[in-house]
Design a protein around this ligand. Structure first.
Ligand SMILES: NC(=O)c1ccc[n+]([C@@H]2O[C@H](COP(=O)([O-])OP(=O)(O)OC[C@H]3O[C@@H](n4cnc5c(N)ncnc54)[C@H](OP(=O)(O)O)[C@@H]3O)[C@@H](O)[C@H]2O)c1
Length: 263
């Protein structure tokens, strides 16, 4: 995709997100409108803040528009939408040029029926409405470590939160089968620290979910926006965590291998 082509990822990473350097990224970089689902969540809010600093006004799809408007003021276009309601979702994402999906059941114990409805059926609903709308952009999907690798932490999370990693894995599979351009970003255990403090590793080694593999929501937001723009991130799935063996982003993106179909 043409998004931010020609701007090395490392250069984008080094830009401030307080708005001073917004002209270096430019309004012409990302295909627009960029539609963000899950924008009222921790990672979603960081994504919106970063887009605003880049001069991009995203369309925010959320269940409670008045709350989103209060948070984001005039920086976004707010549209009501719920991933469990396909007709409303259809109207909300119509005409999207790029879609970022960080939707998930809020932290805490949850029944499997809710997890399935939001994290699997909701993703399938999104894929269907994008397909019906003729969407040709890239879908950035936020997932989690542990969808395909067992660990004690993953097992504990599944017991506590309605088999969330199992339904995420199935959602990932549906995305890979969809025929859309996509990037699946599997984040480590999330923290609320400000971004930019620790080196970030992007890898396809399939890390175990564990408290050793953490990353802040703010840093995930940065990686999601870089992946949205990077040609080498298309049709890939990768893990993202803090790790001392980090490298420049461009090098890590260039090493990504596209997923095997339906893997
Ligand atoms: N916690 C972790 O360590 C971890 C690790 C890796 C990945 N993840 C996943 O990464 C994603 C982002 O995490 P986060 O902590 O930044 O998110 P978060 O703060 O839990 O926010 C979740 C977002 O999903 C939205 N949402 C929930 N149900 C929805 C529905 N039916 N339709 C539309 N939107 C809906 C929420 O909207 P409302 O404002 O309406 O509630 C909120 O904006 C989540 O999917 C999470 O499961 C979490």
């Amino acid at each position: 995709m043409a998004a931010m082509d020609g701007v090395p990822a490392e250069e984008i990473r080094n830009m401030k997100v307080d708005g001073k350097d917004e002209d270096r990224v430019g309004r012409d970089g990302l295909p627009q409108p960029v539609v963000v689902l899950g924008a009222t969540g921790g990672t979603g809010q960081s994504i919106v803040r970063r887009l605003a600093a880049m001069g991009v006004r995203p369309r925010v799809v959320c269940r409670h528009p008045e709350e989103a408007q209060a948070v984001f003021k005039d920086a976004v276009d707010v549209v009501a939408g719920d991933v469990t309601d396909p007709p409303g979702l259809c109207r909300a994402v119509a005409g999207a040029a790029a879609v970022i999906d960080t939707v998930g059941v809020r932290p805490g114990r949850a029944k499997e029926a809710l997890i399935r409805a939001v994290e699997y059926d909701g993703t399938v609903n999104l894929l269907q409405v994008l397909h019906d709308d003729g969407f040709t952009g890239r879908l950035l999907y936020m997932s989690a470590l542990g969808t395909t690798r067992w660990s004690p932490s993953a097992m504990a999370l599944n017991l506590f939160k309605g088999n969330t990693l199992k339904w995420r894995r199935r959602a990932e599979e549906a995305i890979r089968r969809s025929g859309l351009d996509y990037t699946i970003v599997r984040a480590g255990v999330l923290t609320n620290e400000p971004g930019g403090r620790w080196p970030i590793l992007i890898t396809q080694r399939r890390l175990r979910m564990s408290l050793r593999h953490r990353i802040s929501r703010d840093d995930v937001a940065e990686v999601i926006l870089l992946a949205l723009a990077h040609p080498a991130a298309g049709r890939t799935t990768f893990d993202v965590v803090w790790h001392p063996t980090s490298e420049p982003f461009d090098a890590m993106f260039e090493r990504l291998q596209p997923d095997r179909p339906a893997s």
